[in-house]
Design a protein around this ligand. Structure first.
Ligand SMILES: [Mn+2]
Length: 347
């Protein structure tokens, strides 16, 4: 072999990452020793029409990780297109720089798609095109739909993975991006209250603040700007709650009619499943949201021991141990609830 010659081959790679577990990915390794991070960055530098995409009905992590990355690229003079299929984005995140640039139409030109916080390709809400895909995510059972998959289910947020990669690559982050990454982190950890929170999470939060993130600015914007519609929707949801199995299971619904009645937005329903779980006796919380097309989005939350990602997987969904979900065309919610309870193992 000639010195410096690059031999590329496809391999299944695992190696230790920041959070102590392993990345599993198919990627091309070359004998010069460039691994996933630099592989990703090289692809970005070679591409002309980069699309940054996140899952439909995006949460703070989906928006924060993609917007943060957008701001970093912008600082580097690299232009990217922000895409999310959802027409009405949650206004809660409108303080994040670049929010107003997110488009719900897929651009005509794309030679690289980067998916953020997306457990499988379907959640992007688009048809698969000819372009290569980089998949950056932390969901359990990620389907590894990318050509490069930076997937770490032990990471507290997708933004933590992105932030860590940028630090490793010595790329300047800046205040705007740091605020996006930090907002994503606090949203996905329930402001540092979930099971996933450990010293490393605080370390990464601290290093985001070092990079310019402003905790008070982010908290104020995320927590002190609720609409009256959201509060009224919460009231209707609480009235819909039913408890089963000695009040260890809570089940509630949000219908299209309830959205209309209260003027609440789709994103105003996102907190309700956690709210039902907060009842002292509840281990499993189930939330049905009726979508505009008549389908139901089913959200699942557990408190101590049920792995809801496994339940969601049975219904072709996914998520995390304590937070997961799926979509269904089933109209008989009573029998669906029975099936979920059966799958949960609480008898
Ligand atoms: Mn996430």
């Amino acid at each position: 072999m000639v010195d410096g010659e690059i031999i590329e081959f496809l391999a299944y790679i695992t190696y230790n990452n920041y959070f102590g577990k392993t990345y599993k990915t198919f990627l091309q390794i070359n004998l010069k020793g460039n691994f996933l991070f630099s592989e990703i960055w090289q692809k970005i530098e070679k591409s002309k029409n980069i699309v940054l995409a996140s899952h439909k009905n995006p949460d703070g992590d989906a928006l924060g990780s993609s917007l943060g990355f957008f701001n970093v690229l912008k600082k580097k003079g690299i232009n990217a297109y922000l895409f999310n299929v959802t027409k009405q984005l949650p206004p809660k995140f409108d303080f994040l720089k670049g929010y107003d640039k997110i488009k719900s139409t897929f651009p005509k030109k794309c030679d690289l798609l980067i998916a953020f916080d997306c457990g499988n390709f379907d959640r992007l809400g688009i048809e698969r095109g000819e372009y290569p895909i980089i998949n950056i995510d932390h969901h359990r059972n990620n389907s590894m739909f990318g050509d490069l998959n930076l997937v770490d289910e032990s990471a507290p947020s997708s933004s933590a993975i992105v932030f860590n990669m940028l630090k490793e690559l010595n790329i300047e982050i800046g205040k705007d991006a740091a605020n996006c990454f930090y907002a994503a982190l606090v949203e996905d950890t329930g402001f540092f209250s979930y099971e996933s929170v450990n010293k490393k999470v605080f370390d990464i939060a601290s290093s985001m603040v070092e990079a310019g993130a402003e905790p008070f600015f982010v908290a104020k914007n995320l927590r002190e700007r609720n609409s009256l519609g959201r509060m009224r929707l919460t009231a209707l949801f609480i009235n819909s709650l039913k408890l089963y199995k000695n009040a260890t299971i809570a089940c509630g619904i949000v219908t299209q009619e309830m959205f209309k009645k209260t003027g609440a937005l789709r994103s105003d329903a996102e907190h309700l499943c956690n709210l039902a779980r907060s009842l002292a006796t509840v281990e499993l919380s189930i939330l049905y949201i009726e979508e505009e097309d008549g389908k139901f989005k089913v959200s699942l939350r557990s408190k101590n021991f049920i792995d809801v990602s496994k339940i969601a997987l049975r219904f072709n969904g996914g998520g995390h141990k304590r937070s997961a979900g799926f979509e269904t065309t089933e109209k008989d919610l009573y029998s669906l609830t029975k099936k979920i309870i059966k799958a949960s193992g609480i008898l």
